[in-house]
Design a protein around this ligand. Structure first.
Ligand code: 87F
Length: 514
C-alpha cells in the first residue's frame, strides 16, 4: 500500500470558503477524492490528513501528530498505566542513544534489523570518534542497567516501562502510524527469577493489549503465538494481538509481548544470587504497543466521509450545531438552547463542543465534523425548540433520532455507549466474515485470492512455512503465518497439514500482512 503523499505538504483543510460560494463542496476541499474500496492507500492518506490527525513532514516516514491523535494516545496511556502499575511495573526514562558496543552485544537480536538502525556520526563540523545509534528499541540500553541493579533474588522481579519515541529507518513504503521512521510507543522490560513467573506476565500484558484494541479502539483482535520464523529472533517466544483490515485483506501485528528467555541475561549478565546462594540467570520479558494502534483503528472504522472515531477515544464526542433562522429572536433562542445543551452534557463528563461560526452553513459544518469522525452530532433548529427536542445524528451508521431535551445528557450517554459497542460488533462481524477455514492447498490458494484471513491446520515446521512463503510470493507480498491462536479450536484426530500433508500440530492463521 502506498499513500503516495510522502512529499506532499499540500493536504490543508484550513483553506475553506464561506457559505455564499457556489459549488461549495469542491472549492472548500471538504470531502475525500478517493474511496475506501477504490484506492485504499490514497483514501487512508486523505483521511488521516483531512481528519486532522497528522501533518506530513518533509522527511519521508515522519509525521506531526495533531491533537486528535495525541488525545487518543493519551487515553490509551491513561488506561494502561494504572493497570501495569497494579502489576508493580515502574516508570523510568531511558536515554535516546545507544553505543555501538551495547547494540551489537546480542547478535541474534540485531541480526536482520541492522539496516534500520539510524546513527549519529557528526556534531557540527567534526565526525564523532564513535558513532552512536538512536534507539530502535531499548533492550540494549536497559539490560546493562538491570545488570547493575539486580544482585540477589530480593531484587526480583524488576519491572520497568517507558513511553518514548524510537527510530527505525524503514526503507519500504512508509504509512502514517503503521510504518513510520520515528514513532511513539510504550515498552516494558522485566526480569524474573523463574520462567513460570515470566510466562504468566507475558499473557497478562497480552490481555491488556487486547483490551486496548477491543474496549477502546473497538477493533477486534486475535491473541496468538508467533511461529519460530516470525518471532522476535532474540527471544524465546513471541505473543501477539493480530488485527485484520477487511478492505485490503491484510493483517497487522497490533502489539507484542515477548518472553526473552535467558538470552539477553547471558549477554548482559543479568544475574542474581538465588535462595541457595547460587548464581542464576534472570528470565526476561519485553513488551510494547505503538501508535500503529491508531492507524489500525482508522483503517478499520473510517469511511468515504472521513474518520469514524470510537466515542471512548474521541477528543470530541458530541458536536452541537445550531440551525439558524431568519428571525433574530428565534436565533437567539436557538443559540441559548445550544449553550444549555453543551453545559448539560459537559456536566455529565461528556466531551462536547459547539460550532457557532456564522460564516459557515450547517451543511458545511456537518461535513466538517463528519470528516473529523465525531461520534454524535446534535442539531438544534426552530422546530426542535417548539417540540422541546434536539435532532441527533450518529456518525457510525448515520441514524437520525429526535431526542427530548428533558434528560438529554442521560440519553446521550447511553447513545455513546451504544455507538462504542456497535462499532466493535460491526467490525467483528466484518472480520469474522473474512475468516476462512481451509484444509487443502487448493482451498488455501483460492482463499488467498479472495483476500481472506485463513485458518489452517499446520504441521508447525519452519521449512514448510518457508515453502508456502516462497510459493505465494508475487506482487502483493508473500503469505506468511500470522499467529497460532491461544484459544485453539479442536483438532480432529488424523487432521493433516494443508501444505505438507504431515500430521497437523496446530491451527494457525495465514495471510498477507503490513
Ligand atoms: C529495528 C532495529 C533494531 C524490532 C528493530 O517488540 C532492533 C530492532 O529489536 C528490534 N525492530 N526489534 C524488536 C523489538 C522487540 C521488542 N522490544 C521492546 C518489542 C516490544 C518492546
Amino acid at each position: 500500500m502506498d499513500g503516495g503523499k510522502e512529499d506532499n505538504n499540500a493536504n490543508n483543510t484550513s483553506n475553506v470558503v464561506p457559505k455564499s460560494s457556489k459549488g461549495r463542496k469542491k472549492e472548500t476541499g471538504l470531502g475525500l477524492t478517493h474511496t475506501k474500496d477504490g484506492n485504499f492507500g490514497e483514501w487512508y492518506s486523505e483521511v488521516v490528513t483531512k481528519g486532522e490527525m497528522i501533518e506530513y513532514s518533509d522527511i519521508s516516514g515522519c509525521y506531526t501528530l495533531r491533537p486528535t491523535s495525541t488525545h487518543i494516545w493519551r487515553i490509551l496511556q491513561k488506561f494502561f498505566e494504572p493497570e501495569i502499575e497494579k502489576m508493580e511495573v515502574e516508570e523510568c526514562y531511558f536515554e535516546l542513544f545507544v553505543s555501538n558496543k551495547s547494540l551489537q552485544k546480542e547478535k541474534d537480536h540485531i541480526q536482520g534489523f541492522a539496516p534500520e538502525v539510524a546513527w549519529v556520526t557528526r556534531s557540527g563540523d567534526s565526525d564523532l570518534e564513535n558513532p552512536i545509534a538512536i534507539r530502535p528499541t531499548s533492550e540494549t540500553i536497559i539490560y546493562p542497567k538491570f545488570s547493575k541493579w539486580i544482585r540477589g533474588h530480593r531484587d526480583l522481579p524488576k519491572k520497568v516501562y517507558q513511553y518514548c519515541n524510537v527510530v527505525r529507518w524503514e526503507l519500504s513504503n512508509p504509512t502514517p502510524f503503521i510504518r513510520c521512521r520515528e514513532f511513539l510507543w510504550q515498552e516494558g522490560h522485566t526480569a524474573h527469577a523463574t520462567k513460570e513467573e515470566a510466562d504468566i506476565e507475558v499473557l497478562q500484558i497480552l490481555e491488556l493489549y487486547r483490551r486496548l484494541y477491543e474496549e477502546y479502539l473497538a477493533v477486534p483482535v486475535i491473541k496468538g503465538k508467533k511461529s519460530e520464523l516470525e518471532k522476535f529472533a532474540g527471544g524465546l517466544y513471541t505473543t501477539t494481538v493480530e488485527a485484520f483490515i477487511p478492505n485490503t485483506g491484510r493483517s497487522v501485528q497490533g502489539a507484542t509481548s515477548h518472553c526473552l528467555g535467558q538470552n539477553f541475561a547471558k549477554m548482559f549478565e543479568v544475574k542474581f544470587e538465588d535462595e541457595k546462594g547460587e548464581k542464576a540467570l534472570a528470565w526476561q520479558n519485553s513488551w510494547g504497543y505503538s501508535i500503529r494502534m491508531i492507524g489500525v483503528m482508522v483503517m478499520v472504522h473510517s469511511d468515504d466521509k472521513g474518520l469514524v472515531m470510537p466515542p471512548k477515544v474521541s477528543a470530541v464526542q458530541v458536536i452541537v450545531i445550531n440551525v439558524p433562522h431568519n428571525d433574530s429572536d428565534v436565533n437567539r433562542k436557538i443559540e441559548n438552547a445550544c449553550l444549555e445543551t453543551v453545559e448539560a452534557l459537559c456536566a455529565m463528563g461528556i466531551r462536547v463542543k459547539q460550532d457557532p461560526r456564522d460564516n459557515y452553513t450547517p451543511g458545511w459544518k456537518y461535513a466538517h465534523w463528519e470528516m473529523k469522525g465525531v461520534p454524535l452530532r446534535i442539531e438544534i433548529g426552530s422546530r426542535d425548540l417548539e417540540n422541546k427536542q434536539v435532532r441527533t445524528v450518529r456518525r457510525d451508521n448515520g441514524a437520525k433520532v429526535n431526542v427530548p431535551m428533558a434528560g438529554l445528557a442521560d440519553t446521550v450517554k447511553v447513545m455513546l455507549d451504544d455507538i462504542q459497542q456497535s462499532m466493535f460488533l460491526v467490525a467483528k462481524d466484518k472480520r469474522d466474515a473474512c475468516v476462512q477455514v481451509i484444509k487443502t492447498w487448493d482451498e488455501f490458494i483460492e482463499a488467498l485470492g479472495q483476500k481472506k484471513l485463513i485458518l489452517a491446520p499446520w504441521c508447525d515446521e519452519e521449512e514448510v512455512e518457508k515453502h508456502v512463503k516462497a510459493k505465494t510470493k508475487e506482487e502483493s507480498g508473500a503469505c506468511k503465518t500470522l499467529c497460532s491462536p491461544i484459544d485453539q479450536p479442536e483438532m480432529p484426530e488424523g487432521t493433516l497439514c494443508f501444505a505438507s500433508g504431515k500430521p497437523a500440530k496446530k491451527w494457525t492463521y495465514w495471510g498477507r500482512s503490513y
